[in-house]
Design a protein around this ligand. Sequence first.
Ligand code: ATP
Ligand code: MG
Ligand code: MG
Ligand code: MG
Length: 439
Amino acid sequence: MRLSRYFLPVLKETPADAQIASHRYMLRAGMIRQQAAGIYSWLPLGYKVLKRIEQIVHEEQERAGHIPLLMPTLQPADLWRESGRYDDYGAEMLRIQDRHERDMLYGPTNEEMITDIFRAHVASYKSLPLTLYHIQWKFRDEIRPRFGVMRGREFYMKDGYNFDLTKEDALHAYNRHMVSYLRTYERMGLTAIPMRADSGPIGGDDTHEFLVLAPTGESDVFYDAGVTELKLGNREIDYADHAAVKGVCEEFTSLYARTDETHDEALYGEIPEERRRQGKGIEVGQIFYFGTKYSDPMGAMVQGPDGQKVPVHMGSHGIGVSRLVGAIIEASHDDKGIIWPEGVTPFHVGIVNMRVGDAACDQTSEALYGTLKTLGLDPLLDDTDERAGAKFATQDLIGLPWRITVGPRGLANGVVELTSRRTGESEELSPEAAAAKLA
Ligand code: ATP
Ligand code: MG
Ligand code: MG
Ligand code: MG
């Protein structure tokens, strides 16, 4: 992309009402625009990041054997009357009537609808195990939408639902989700710690939340410092192997890590003192096993091997896709702007042409731009006639991992400058060597 042809409405001023770094930087970098409280347009740069995160979520879900589909944002109230949640859900649910005065709602989550799909089409245990998921906009009329996309009213969420014959199979689905989530967050450059949590209004027995440690998080967390060292890395995982998947979960949940809802002072006190930590975390996902809570009242039954009809064991598993954009920035920024992890960056590299109109600068910038594209990378070429200082400020703000500076002084010696956004370190290289380093 050429910056002169792009739509990147960068703000010079810091927006007054943005209290945390991610919100400020998303507004300043022209990633989002607020349209109403907690409701945002995703401008091109923000949209690119959102799509990269979504893509990683899809890849890891499909790797775990989970199947994508798409349910609508609007739902009939009657489904929620069947489960009893139409009345229970409260003021967070946005209720709407259509022209025939039928009660509808903008879905805050999809347990009822997916259970309806399941019961209409699945009758035998032979179709199990089955996990269906979608990535779709949700609406919750949050009492206090704030921190930009971190607590929106309209937000983008991956929600998946497992259907299993037995509790044991459903717990395997739970474990599979835990491992696939760990991989998902790691690919985004995040450490998200699974913490034992409280099941709240969804109800259920087993649940973990995934928390990214950050001082601006809204959850109080208590943990053994050892949990922050755990990494999946690129180890092979056979999602069909119950014991192996369970083993990974045990590795990641054996050290103490809880939110305030389930915090236990006595257990916490057993952690060696030098490893006891207390802080704030951002909830970027949650997994639940809830058994037959929905399948019972809604009649989602299958015929088991013995011919008997039994309600299926279910769980639901969510990732806050739009919240992740903010959470990643909270975890990775400095006082000049965002520092994107490679896995989610909107462009791989920014090429800054320091003197547009200078034949050598133009030619080298264009050649680099072409080479990087041929290498399969997505470069952003700053070919505008802004001052050098403003160009650098924009690059720092939008936080691409690499910058290549093409200036007349360097070119006189046959070099450009390659700078890492994270370390700030620069090196002078030939344009070919710079491109080769990024490949
Ligand atoms: P919170 O505790 O932050 O209100 P939640 O526990 O109500 O979140 P879940 O029902 O577990 O949310 O939904 C799954 C995920 O969706 C959450 O882990 C979070 O990442 C994301 N999410 C929930 N509410 C919002 C929101 N208002 N804005 C953006 N993302 C959200
Ligand atoms: Mg909530
Ligand atoms: Mg929560
Ligand atoms: Mg939750």
